[in-house]
Design a protein around this ligand. Sequence first.
Ligand code: SF4
Length: 230
Amino acid sequence: DGLGELESRLVQCRACPRLVAWREQVAREKRAAYAEQEYWGRPVPGWGAGDPRILVVGLAPAAHGANRTGRIFTGDRSGDWLFASLHRVGLAAIATSTHEGDGQALRGTRLVSAVRCAPPENKPTPAERDTCAPWLDEELELVLPGVEVVVALGAFGWAAALTALARVGAEVPRPRPRFGHGLEVLLPVGGRMLTLLGCYHPSPHNTATGRLTRPMLDEVFGRARSLARM
Ligand code: SF4
């Protein structure tokens, strides 16, 4: 299918020299706790439903998370929060995501990251962000017909989602709406309305400081589920 074809091209991408070097160095050197594991060390594709009603846009794979496991948001603390919340609101089969064959499955929901390779300190450069953007555009275009809600994690995910939505034909207001937690923006696209929904990124920084709590995260995903009429 289209997503499979996209994925087979994506995993071969080497367009960003700094990120290619970093993702491969991390995969070689590993973290002591994972010394026995083979790291993925490549671009990380979207994961979840192939015909999603909810698309979740994150920042980038974590060096020892998705860059290790090959499944986005899998194997790091942000992902632990995300999958647990998706499970609590009925969008994920189980509360954890660890590896292929773990029994996890998302209901009507797909997870993607704006940048597909792990960046040093979780910070892609503007050039890397722009170089990777066409992968998100392409994935969004493939799933767009069924998508009712795009959940953007953090200001980076929000900006990337707006850019991709504009590129696939959504009418994005000028000036662009600014990111806010719980903020909803209705966007006309292809003769219907789609909702962009903002959510603080469940990063260790946001969750450890209490800026983002479990109830806040559940409220956003519960809202996404209801907007998607699921
Ligand atoms: Fe390719 Fe994106 Fe990885 Fe850059 S970040 S190498 S564009 S997949």
